[in-house]
Design a protein around this ligand. Structure first.
Ligand SMILES: [Zn+2]
Length: 477
């Protein structure tokens, strides 16, 4: 998992991640650093909540509001009696905890992320280390080692496996994931090209002729059932059969561990070992899917396509538990299908939908390509040639239109629909800001084709006699 983000200016944040092999004592010091950084982070979150509570009180009484100070102060969390352990780690580690909170808070204020929340061991297992607390040294056999700690008090030399070329970073992040250690090197560099805002990209795309725009656009359908990705140019991307087999095998292994863990004694070291092994079995699938997401989106982003269209999937809404049903006459709870839904939820969360969108978004943005979303309703039931929408059009993996007889692979048909909707939205100026939209509205008058542009896949437009029916279909639906 690489850390990338696109700044408003043309600086790129990128990184590389390597396996790290700290010895026992070094690992325990690193864990202590992680814990202390997490403590400062969570304390800053609590403090922010306190300020917010005070703000609510003061607003109620009509006084001015109290702003949360956006700073990196942490000294007031150090206390000889209450938090003596904080004195055992370098102060820079604590400060970086406050810096991490501040960055998260700033992202929230800019509308880029959610409010920072209290973290636990589960979701905060890394430590940000700035330049003054690590250096690179050469080991006996000539390989590079990382030496964390201050100049006068290093904690030891740690080998890492560099599987690719890297530059020396100004700051590093060390992370522990289910018993494995990783180090990320973070860089900031100027982009080779001037990066544009999505609105500008949309404006430029909108100036293309229909045929050029169609050639530059790619619809992407994410299928949960088969866990594959189909594109409107007829390609399919899926996890390797070998990897799928391995995931299956590890799932079976995980189940066995789960059973053994259920029988083991709580608090025993045997249980702890089993828990670690279980976590490792489960982590494999997550790593394989993340790898798949990165490789696939890299292939897509480096292709000549300039405009990617995805379905707008509200994943948190999709995976909600069904409401409990109560029969008032019989006075008992009814089946609500929560068990069956849990299985679907698992496959949605496992199918790396979110990861595909997220990784494609930044990989496209750094190449000045646009990623747009369209409403997901009926993309799999609509005919991509005549626009007829009916559930009967689907026959498992095949799509057969009941009206015009179009036969296609269901995912390919859906990807074509997504592409067509994306183009429709783009022509409508929906990916542009109010300022650029005005200019586009003026330009479009001389170039209007009306409604849907030329067909996404086969270059055929909707037949006029069908178009009227299609609109009626839409109204009826
Ligand atoms: Zn049709």
């Amino acid at each position: 998992m690489y850390i990338y983000s696109i700044g408003m200016s043309s600086t790129l944040t990128s990184g590389v991640r390597f396996r790290l092999y700290p010895a026992g004592e070094v690992a325990s010091v690193l864990r202590q650093w992680i814990g202390c950084q997490r403590f400062i982070y969570s304390s800053k979150v609590d403090e922010d909540h306190l300020f917010a509570a005070q703000r609510r009180l003061e607003i109620a009484s009509g006084k001015t509001d109290v702003a949360t100070p956006l700073d990196q102060q942490y000294a007031h969390f150090k206390n000889r009696e209450l938090t003596p352990w904080l004195y055992e780690v370098p102060s820079q580690i604590l400060r970086n905890g406050a810096v991490r909170w501040m960055t998260a808070k700033q992202r929230q204020l800019k509308g880029l992320g959610r409010a920072p929340r209290r973290r636990t061991r589960r979701d905060f297992n890394s430590v940000l280390i700035t330049g003054e607390l690590f250096r690179f040294v050469r080991g006996a056999s000539g390989q590079m080692l990382i030496e964390p700690g201050t100049d006068s008090n290093p904690i030891g030399q740690v080998p890492f496996i560099a599987h690719r070329i890297y530059d020396l970073p100004k700051q590093i992040v060390i992370r522990e994931e289910v018993g494995r250690w990783y180090v990320s090197f973070c860089y900031e560099r100027k982009s080779d090209i001037i990066l544009r805002e999505p609105e500008e990209l949309a404006y430029e795309l909108n100036r293309l002729e229909n045929a050029d725009l169609s050639a530059a656009t790619l619809g992407i359908d994410r299928n949960v059932r088969d866990n594959c990705i189909a594109t409107s140019d007829g390609r399919q991307y899926r996890l390797d059969a070998v990897v799928l087999k391995r995931i299956k095998r590890k799932e079976i292994g995980a189940k066995r561990h789960q059973r053994r863990m259920a029988r083991s004694q709580k608090g025993s070291s045997n249980r702890r070992k089993l828990a670690a092994r279980l976590a490792r079995k489960k982590a494999y699938a997550a790593r394989a899917r993340s790898d798949f997401a990165h490789k696939t989106t890299c292939t897509l982003a480096t292709s000549p396509t300039r405009f990617f269209v995805l379905e707008d999937l509200q994943i948190p809404n999709l995976v909600k538990r069904p409401k409990a049903k109560f029969d008032e006459f019989a006075g008992k709870w009814l089946r609500n299908g929560a068990g069956a839904k849990a299985g679907l939820n698992r496959s949605i969360l496992q199918s790396c939908w979110g990861a595909i969108h997220r990784t494609l978004a930044y990989k496209a943005a750094r190449r000045n390509k646009l990623v747009g979303t369209v409403p997901a309703a009926h993309t799999s039931q609509e005919c991509s040639r005549c626009g007829h929408i009916h559930p009967d059009n689907r026959e498992g993996a095949r799509f057969v239109c009941r009206r015009c007889g179009l036969e296609a692979h269901a995912d390919h048909n859906a990807a074509c629909n997504i592409k067509a909707r994306g183009i429709e939205r783009l022509r409508d100026g929906q990916y542009e800001s109010a300022k650029t939209r005005k200019r586009v509205a003026f330009r479009r008058k001389s170039n209007t084709t009306g409604g849907r542009p030329a067909h996404a896949c086969e270059g055929k437009g909707p037949r006029p006699e069908h178009r009227a029916e299609r609109i009626q279909d839409r109204i009826a639906a």
